[in-house]
Structures are given as C-alpha cells and as structure tokens.
Write a protein that binds this ligand. Structure first.
Ligand SMILES: Cc1cc2nc3c(=O)[nH]c(=O)nc-3n(C[C@H](O)[C@H](O)[C@H](O)COP(=O)(O)O)c2cc1C
Ligand SMILES: CCCCC(=O)C(=O)O
Length: 389
C-alpha cells in the first residue's frame, strides 16, 4: 500500500492505518458504542445526488470564501482533534503548517500535544485559528486556557457542548488508553490540571487487565479526578460566563437541533458548528448532514452555520454547502495525513479535497460558492426514488 500513489482520501485512510499503533488507530477512528452515528455521518452524504447545470462557462472557478474577515481558499477547515502527536512527531505544528500552505483555518483542541503558541506561529498571520474549549470543573483551568489563547492571537473559542461526559468508546477502555510518557498536553499550565499517571496509578485507574475497568477508564483518564468536564454547563449562565472572560468570538460546537440553534442565536453566540463529535459522543444521534437543514432554517442567516462529521470527498463539501452550511471542518482526515507522511501528508489531504471540490463545482456549473444551492441536490428516498428538495 505504502508504495502506491495516494489519490483519494479513502486511499490515504488505508495507507495511514498501516502507520499507526493499535491504540492510536482505534482511538482516532472509532466512534462510541455501536458506531451507528459514525457510519451514518458518512452514509448521509450518499442519500443525496447532484443536479448539475451545464453551459455555465466554468473556465474560471472561485472556490474561496470568507471566515473571520479573511479569505480561505475553499470552505474546508481543520477541526480540533486531541493529541495529534500520537500520529506523527510534528503533531499539531505539522497540521498548522499544512493548513497555512493551503490557506485554510485551524481549530486547535484543548488537548493538543503542541503548544498553542507554536501552532499559531506557523500561520504567520496568513490564516486564523480557533481554540477549542472544554470547560472543566475547576473553571480556572479553562479561563487560563482561554486568556492564553487570546494573547496568542486566536480569533475564536469553539465551546464544545456535546461532552458533559465523554461518550463510551469501547476501544479506549479495552486498550487502556494512555498518553505515552514522551508526549505532553502543552496547553495546561498548572500541574493539577491534567493527570500524568505513574504505572501504579494507571492500574488503579483501570489499567489492570485482570479487573473490569473503572468508569472513566477511556481517554478521560488523562484528566485528574476532580477536574473532568463540568457537566453543569448550561445556556442560562455559561455563554455569559465565557463572554465575561474573553473578547474572542464564541462559537458553539456540537449542535444538532433547531431548538439549540435558536438558543445559540438568543445567547448572542457568533457562530455554530453542527457536529456530533465525529460519532464519538451519544451514539444514535442524527448524522450531521441530516441535522443541518433544520439548523440552517432556524439560524435564518443571523449567524454562520458550519458543519463537521463524515466529510471525505469534495462532493461532500459541495452537498453540505448546498444544504446551507457556510463551511465544513474535518477531524480525522488531517490525523490520517499526519500519520501517513507528517506535514506533507496533511498537505496531500487538503490538496485532494480542494481539487475534488473545485472539479465538483465546475461540473455542477457553479463559478463561486455563493452559486451552490439546494437546487443542486436531489434526495434519494429509502425506496430508492428521488425527491426534489
Ligand atoms: C481523535 C479525535 C479527537 C478529537 N478531539 C476533539 C477535541 O479535543 N475537542 C473537540 O471539540 N472535538 C474533538 N474531536 C471531534 C472533531 O472536532 C470533529 O467534530 C469530528 O472529528 C468530525 O468528524 P470527522 O472525523 O468525521 O471529520 C475529535 C475527533 C477525533 C477523531
Ligand atoms: C479528554 C480528551 C477528549 C478528546 C476528545 O474530544 C475525543 O477523543 O473525542
């Protein structure tokens, strides 16, 4: 496989699989429980076909769009995903360099294995960054992180709201997920913020294979007891709390309904990301593409609506835009790129997606992203017949 030329994201995924150890591969790729949502995120895109228009002079195509007042080369950015150095030593820095070369924005996980300052430095002002935020029981941990991101030049906070508790990913428990000792979570400053367990403590935390694993023996074992995600997070007080500690744009990541879209608008958030955490949280929730139309209708143009989950091809980006998304984000693909060939692998992934998207726009008769509309799609019903939107 590794000797073959990688010509699609599917081939990149296959090539990356050979490069990762079992713990990393399964941590990156899996979803929660039966993985119904993980699979449906991808399948949803196949429930639409394209309705191309012809004779539209597509000799010049503009794939670009705007995000945070800056041009991005096409509507596809890099979603925050934890611990990229499990894939490759260049980690989030490699991803950031690739994104800067491709002209797209980056979301950085709270749990990155490169420091936020190092990551932002790679963009040299050419691209923008969002810091993804987990709100911990010790709010000070989150506050310090946000203030540091503001100083480092991030443009937005992505408040992840689908994780009051982490979903149950069987692989993490079975593989006794643990951050290898040579890696560190570099966005945390105080020793008690994240847990670095000794061998004995790891056992006490569920690492003893002879015994059933303790609750929280998955990836959340990197958090110390007493400072896990704050499950009391709520609309009534916490957008306001976040607003009181930062001037950055506040985006809510993890919305799947019109009701929550309306609440996001009412609470003055700057944008939302339709997301189910890549099928890693509540299994059985709707695919993000299926959730998108009701959220777009509820937002009614008042705030930008972005989407992540299951995007693997240029045509997927096109379909999400046709259903009203302003921009798409990818989580696993950059990790696969990194595992395959470091920064160059991420660049390859972004190039493939860019070229596929551009070709799709051309062949569907769209000269600019603004021209992509619901009229370019038709839905495949369960009985196989087609229905206009
Ligand atoms: C290995 C991995 C780690 C992730 N870590 C985070 C994280 O730290 N914070 C967060 O908000 N989302 C996290 N996500 C979710 C992504 O931001 C995104 O929602 C998801 O990956 C999109 O689905 P896709 O992988 O199909 O593109 C993670 C996803 C993966 C696969
Ligand atoms: C405690 C780390 C959580 C990372 C994450 O969000 C994920 O694995 O999906």
């Amino acid at each position: 496989m590794s000797n073959l030329e990688v010509l699609s994201i599917a081939e990149l995924e296959a090539a990356a699989m050979e490069k990762m150890d079992k713990m990393t591969r399964e941590y990156y790729n899996s979803g929660s429980d039966r993985e119904i949502t993980l699979r449906d995120n991808l399948a949803a895109f196949d429930r639409y076909r394209l309705r191309p228009r012809v004779l539209k002079d597509v000799s010049r195509i503009d794939t670009s769009t705007q995000l945070w007042g800056k041009k991005i080369s096409f509507p596809l950015c890099i979603a925050p995903a934890a611990m990229a150095k499990l894939a490759h030593p260049s980690g989030e820095v490699g991803i950031s360099r690739a994104a800067a070369n491709a002209g797209v924005a980056v979301g950085l996980s709270s749990f990155s294995t490169s420091s936020m300052e190092d990551v932002v430095a790679q963009g040299a002002g050419a691209i923008d960054y969002a810091i993804q935020l987990y709100v911990f029981q010790n709010r000070k941990t989150s506050e310090v992180l946000v203030r540091r991101a503001e100083r480092a030049g991030f443009k937005a906070v992505f408040l992840t709201v689908d994780t009051p508790y982490l979903g149950r990913r069987i692989n993490e428990v079975r593989n006794r997920f643990k951050l290898p000792p040579h890696l560190q979570l570099l966005n945390f400053e105080n020793p008690g913020d994240v847990a670095v367990y000794s061998e004995n403590e790891t056992k006490a935390h569920g690492g003893d294979k002879g015994k059933p694993p303790a609750a929280g023996a998955g990836v959340d074992s990197i958090l110390p007891q007493g400072n896990v995600n704050d499950a009391s997070l709520n609309w009534e007080t916490d957008i306001q709390w976040l607003r009181s500690i930062t001037k950055l744009e506040i985006w809510v990541k993890g919305i799947l309904t019109a009701e929550d879209t309306l609440l996001a608008v009412q609470h003055g958030v700057d944008g939302i990301i339709i997301s189910n955490h890549g099928g890693r949280q509540l299994d059985g929730v709707t695919s993000t593409l299926d959730a998108l139309p009701e959220c777009v209708a509820a937002a009614a143009g008042r705030i930008p609506v972005h989407i992540d989950g299951g995007i693997r091809r240029g045509t997927d980006i096109f379909k999400a835009l046709a259903l009203g998304a302003d921009c798409c984000w990818v989580g696993r693909i950059p990790l696969w790129g990194l595992a395959y060939d470091g920064q160059a692998g991420v660049e390859l992934a972004l190039k493939l997606l860019y070229e596929e998207f551009k070709l799709c726009m051309s062949l569907a008769g769209c000269k600019s992203v603004k021209e992509i509309s619901r009229d370019h799609l038709i839905r495949v019903k369960t009985d196989g017949t087609l229905a206009r939107l």
